[in-house]
Design a protein around this ligand. Structure first.
Ligand code: MLT
Length: 334
């Protein structure tokens, strides 16, 4: 009798470990640089809901908004080391770790939400996903589309580059964005995203740029009055998973993560189209003034293309890569 027990019990236990759905159970952590309510939050919560649904409640994702798990660039480092599962952050904060994604922040390359979608979901997007795995040990599994980054400041209306001179503008630690402001004649101040609200509030910096939805989620209207409707960068915010964490999952879990990421990406696109205009109107109602650059932004566009594009050909994979992106978008090589 004793003998049977000893054999049967381990046998039963090992069968249940292999086959029980409980073996899938896991609680993941997801960092968000922004506050709840913006495009990062929409993508993250949708992804969490889908993963929960697909795994029949076994896979949970807990969201930590507002930079609680570190500033956006730190979250790439932590995910790269396998210390963090997921993060949603602006693509410009991935570029320092995987320079070819800089293609998506080259000024005036993406000119509409449709173009953002077609670049990220086509052949070029697939290549960028592979490159970030190779360079940074993180995998992009979804994209949030956040709208054009508009310029805000607390001092005065800006309609031309002349008006911009003398203002202290915060930028992320991103070479392409810093060079763009330099091309426009100002020396910007690089500052982590998590420090930006306080920097604006204390007057360490006068202005910054981010999409309407982000300005609203971060309550920047409380510390900024003037908006200039520039369209130099369309903000794209990837959902990344640590490649070490991803590779340690069972194939069925990997498939659920990829599917949930894809479906959450579609949701993010719809959310942008449905809510950006509404949010813009609510910012006006809260006291923000919106200005449009004179001459359809021509002086801003000409300087950025002439001075910034050639400087970053090498880091994004060569001039041919930019031409390929433009061709994908139905525009001529430059
Ligand atoms: C930044 O400006 O650093 C980011 O684009 C902010 C964000 O992630 O929303």
């Amino acid at each position: 009798m004793k003998f049977v027990k000893r054999i049967v019990l381990p046998f039963i236990t090992s069968i249940s470990l292999l086959s029980a759905p409980a073996a899938l159970a896991k609680d993941y952590k997801m960092a968000l640089g922004d506050a709840a309510g913006g495009t990062q939050w929409e993508l993250g919560t949708k992804f969490a809901e889908l993963l929960d649904e697909k795994s029949k409640g076994k896979l949970k994702v807990n969201l930590f908004p507002n930079g609680q798990l570190g500033n956006e660039q730190d979250t790439v480092n932590n995910a790269s080391l396998g210390l963090l599962d997921f993060s949603v952050l602006a693509i410009n904060n991935v570029t320092p770790f995987s320079p070819t994604v800089g293609l998506l922040t080259m000024p005036y390359v993406i000119l509409s939400p449709e173009e953002a979608k077609s670049l990220t979901q086509g052949k070029i997007g697939e290549e960028l996903v592979k490159n970030t795995v190779r360079d940074a040990n993180v995998r992009i599994v979804g994209w949030a589309y956040s709208g054009f980054r508009v310029l805000t400041n607390s001092k005065r209306p800006i309609k031309s580059l002349k008006d911009l001179k003398g203002l202290v503008i915060r930028v992320p630690r991103n070479e392409i964005m810093m060079s763009t402001y330099q091309a426009w004649g100002v020396n910007p101040t690089p500052m982590a995203w998590s420090e930006t609200f306080t920097g604006l509030q204390l007057g360490v910096v006068d202005g910054q740029d981010n999409p309407y939805i982000t300005i609203d989620a971060m309550k920047f209207n409380e510390v900024q009055k003037y908006v200039t409707n520039i369209r130099y960068i369309f903000s794209i915010e990837p959902l990344i998973v640590s490649e070490s964490v991803f590779q340690s999952q069972k194939p069925e879990v990997q498939a659920m993560i990829l599917e949930a990421g894809k479906e959450a990406t579609e949701h993010s696109y719809k959310f942008l189209l449905e809510s950006e205009e509404k949010i813009k109107r609510s910012l006006i109602a809260k006291g923000m003034e919106i200005h449009t650059p004179v001459n359809a932004e021509k002086e801003w566009i000409d300087l950025a293309k002439k001075k910034v594009w050639p400087k970053f050909y090498d880091s994004i994979g060569g001039k041919a890569k930019l031409d390929e992106a433009l061709a994908t978008l139905g525009r001529k090589a430059h």
